[in-house]
Design a protein around this ligand. Structure first.
Ligand SMILES: [Zn+2]
Length: 417
């Protein structure tokens, strides 16, 4: 079978035909070069408006990189015509296999982008003997297409969160869709200010924002303010994950202070390597860790007191009746405010100040899964870890949309079936 036959099955370029396939040396290695010719009597298309125009002249032959086959690089070879358009003047014609002035075909970009979702961009570049920048451009193109062509109908549940990026105190605001079966990253933007989230709502549109039923967020004041204003029909929920994160931050703060104290007083550091034991959920510990935790819990130190307060608070989420839960919450806050654990008291005050929003969790029970935002965050962090080469926020955002956005792809390429 001829390679041409396979290509005809893969790609349909209406006004063009495949010609000879030959081996040629390209950039120092042997590659398959597929000639493309314009159909006889066909007229070139203006790249701006798509209208057919008169051919002015023909430019020198150019190569366009296509999907490799059997580890040979493949190139399309074509001499573009210039078209005279009454509106746009003389332009290089539109070629359906490539976008703009790019050298890489759209099909190859989609192909590389699919691999770049599974591997790091560096690994993808190494395997396909191309540069990191080429992978970035390929992913960027696919993401731009996806964002322009995605469907935002039916978004009624969203989660807002921030994650720390790069070094220093830099944050990325993440907005996820949380509807069951349709979880995805909807939007991300640098910083975590009110105006950051306002940008999301502006892009999302007023009509869609009105239709939001649930917004899950943490206690960050800037977010709460914007959600109240821009999603007036939504129930704002401070969910389990976000609240328990505050507890963990408080326990960690106490622990660090205490370790410093042990050092200063030349005492044995009984909390050595205790961080994960205390922050992890008990059911996720192995036997050895469970035994060590039991020993730790016998110690009469501030960190353990904080830990036990958190353990006690977990009961809050188990209540069936909101009134009983509220009573428990009040009681917990009072008890905690009587301790001398400053970071824990801070959590207690925060809960006190946000009680209505916390109680919303019970109103939405069963609708929103509390692990949804956490799960998406973990995936986002994994993407960032895989991509140590991300130098700019733009690049990072592209990678996140690519892996978490569930974006539609440009329609091309055959898929295994
Ligand atoms: Zn035109």
């Amino acid at each position: 079978m001829l390679i041409k036959t396979v290509l005809n099955k893969l790609e349909h370029f209406k006004s063009f035909v495949f010609g000879a396939v030959t081996f040629q040396e390209v950039n120092g290695s042997e590659a398959l070069v597929v000639e493309i010719k314009a159909r006889a009597n066909s007229r070139p298309e203006c790249p701006e408006c798509g209208k057919l125009g008169k051919k002015r002249d023909t430019q020198p032959v150019r190569l366009f990189e296509y999907v490799p086959i059997w580890a040979f690089k493949v190139f399309f070879q074509y001499a573009p015509r210039r078209v005279g358009c009454p509106i746009h003047g003389v332009k290089v014609e539109r070629m359906p296999w490539v976008y703009g002035k790019e050298q890489m075909t759209t099909s190859y970009k989609v192909y590389l982008a699919r691999w770049a979702r599974r591997l790091s961009w560096k690994e993808t570049a190494d395997i396909f003997k191309t540069s990191w920048e080429s992978i970035y451009r390929a992913v960027q193109h696919v993401v731009e297409y996806g964002l322009a062509n995605r469907n935002l109908d039916g978004v009624t549940e969203i989660g807002v969160d921030e994650i720390q990026v790069f070094t220093g105190h830099k944050y990325l605001t993440m907005v996820y869709q949380l509807n069951a079966g349709a979880r995805r990253l909807l939007w991300c933007g640098m910083e975590r200010k009110a105006k950051t989230l306002l940008r999301f709502f502006h892009e999302f549109g007023k009509e869609r924002s009105q239709k939001l039923k649930y917004v899950c967020s943490d206690m960050w004041a800037a977010y709460l303010k914007v959600i109240k204003k821009k999603a007036p029909n939504a129930l704002n929920i401070l969910d389990r994950f976000h609240i328990m994160r505050k507890f963990n931050e408080a326990i960690d703060l106490i622990r660090r202070g205490e370790v410093k104290l042990f050092k200063a007083e030349n005492q044995e550091n009984v909390l050595l390597k205790g961080r994960w034991l205390l922050l992890k959920n008990r059911e996720n510990l192995n036997v050895k860790q469970t035994i060590r935790l039991k020993t730790l819990l016998k110690l009469n130190i501030a960190t353990i007191k904080g830990y036990l307060l958190r353990e006690d608070f977990q009961r809050f989420w188990e209540y069936k009746y909101p009134a009983a839960a509220e009573k428990f919450l009040d009681n917990w806050i009072t008890r905690t405010l009587q301790t001398n654990l400053e970071p824990m008291k801070k959590v207690a005050n925060m809960l006190k100040n946000h009680k209505p929003l916390i109680m919303n969790w019970f109103k939405a029970k069963g609708v929103l899964s509390s692990g949804a935002v956490e799960g998406m965050n973990l995936k986002a962090k994994l993407t960032m870890r895989k991509a140590y080469g991300f130098k700019s926020p733009e690049c990072l955002k592209t990678a996140l949309y690519h892996t978490l956005g569930k974006l539609p792809e440009p329609k091309c390429l055959h898929i295994f079936s």
